[in-house]
Each structure stands twice: as C-alpha cells, then as structure tokens.
Design a protein around this ligand. Structure first.
Ligand SMILES: [Cu+2]
Length: 234
C-alpha cells in the first residue's frame, strides 16, 4: 500500500515536469524546428553540470535555425509532454513555482555550438509579492508562452537562446531547485555592433545563491532574488 502511494506520488511529479519546446518569431509559429529538444522532461538539478547549458540531450543540433530581426520579439513555449500544446493543461505542473529567465549567446554556428560561450540575460520575471505571482504562474496562464524582445543593438549572426524556468517548491533543501531549460538555434539579422558581456554555464549559478537555495513557503519569504546577472536591455 505504502509502495503504491509512493509510486503514485512519483508519477504525479513526473507528469507535471515540462520542456521548453516551441518558438514563435513574431506571430509565426516555428513549432520545434529550431529547438534543441531535451531527452525528457526531467529537471537538471546540478548547477555545475554542463547540462545546465542546454539540458540533457540539448547539445544535439536540430539542424534548422530560426531567423529573427534584432529588436523583434520571439515567444518561447513550454509544455509537459512533447508536442502536446493543449492549453487546458498547465505548462509546468502544480507547485513548480519559480522565475522565468532567458539568455542569449553569440556563437559561430548555432547548429553546432556547445553552449560553452558566454551568455547575456535578456529577460527575467521573478516574484511579485503584491500579487503573490511567480514568473511561471504567468507562463501557465498564457498556455506556456513567454514573449521576449531580442535587443535591437546586438550584432547580426548566430545565437543560442536559452529559455529557463526554475521550480523552487523543494529549494529549501540543498540541490532542491529544479532547472528546466531548452536552447533554440537563432540567426539574428539587422542589429548593431553590441556584443554584451556575459556569464558562463556552468559558473553563472551557485547552489547557495539566494535565488536557488530558498524557502519560498516560509513566513519570512517576501522577496525573491532572481539568480544570474542583470538583464541586458540594449
Ligand atoms: Cu518537479
């Protein structure tokens, strides 16, 4: 009986996990053509693993690149199961509260880059204490979608875009935070000459960062500090 209950609890947890899997360029649905789909919907839990770059399996080149003009917007899209874009289901399942963060990295060839280059942050949405709303609450409300502006002044060329949400429901334990990320292969057109300074993965996060080892359920929790560098706004 106890085993059955434990198995059910495990199944429920696994079922609520998710991957960023589709991309929109403006209003054009590129589906998963330029997404590096993770092997499965399990989270990465080690900030020192190279999986923290583009997830397990995310080093494999999908082949295609999505073209986007600097200054335009893309929308990343997350769901629990591959290809299941049913908006009646939560993008990331119950209690997996946390921020949504997006980075970019300038690379030689987005189809083959391994994510070891430096990453600059272009978007973050943490916790609004006045409404008690998390970044990924909004993701769930919006059918898994988050729109993000590509900085207008960055140099043309290939980039990896890294979309991430961090589930913090068990983050008061060591290594309890769950990182869900996917990389998308982009070619940016237009733009300027900016080449923003960035951070490396692994390296950008520490397991003891206040936004990674955090008790979001405690009475003292009022403010959330999003991990990683400041947003580059262009
Ligand atoms: Cu989970």
């Amino acid at each position: 009986m106890r085993t059955a209950v434990a198995a059910l609890a495990l199944a429920a947890t696994a079922a609520s996990h998710a991957t960023f899997q589709e991309l929109w360029v403006g209003s054009k649905d590129e589906v998963s053509t330029c997404a590096r789909l993770p092997t499965n919907n399990n989270p990465v839990t080690s900030v020192t693993s190279t999986d923290i770059r583009c997830n397990a399996g995310g080093t494999k080149a999908a082949g295609a690149k999505c073209s986007v003009a600097a200054g335009d917007s893309v929308t990343v899209e997350m769901h629990q199961q591959p290809g299941d874009r049913d908006c009646s289901k939560e993008a990331l399942g119950g209690n997996h509260f946390g921020p949504v963060i997006v980075y970019m990295s300038k690379v030689e060839d987005a189809a083959s880059a391994d994510g070891s280059s430096s990453w600059f942050k272009i978007f973050e949405l943490g916790y609004d204490s006045s409404t008690k709303t998390w970044g990924n609450d909004l993701l769930n409300k919006n059918c898994g979608k988050q729109e993000v502006k590509i900085p207008a002044d960055i140099a043309a060329g290939d980039y990896l875009l890294r979309a991430e949400t961090i589930a913090l429901h068990t983050a008061s334990q060591a290594n309890g935070a769950q990182f869900y990320m996917s990389c998308y292969q982009l070619t940016v057109t237009g733009g300027g000459s900016a080449n923003p300074a960035g951070v490396k993965f692994p390296g950008a996060y520490s397991a003891s960062d206040p936004g990674i080892k955090v008790d979001i359920w405690g009475n003292g929790f009022t403010e959330y500090k999003i991990p990683g560098p400041a947003v580059y706004s262009g």
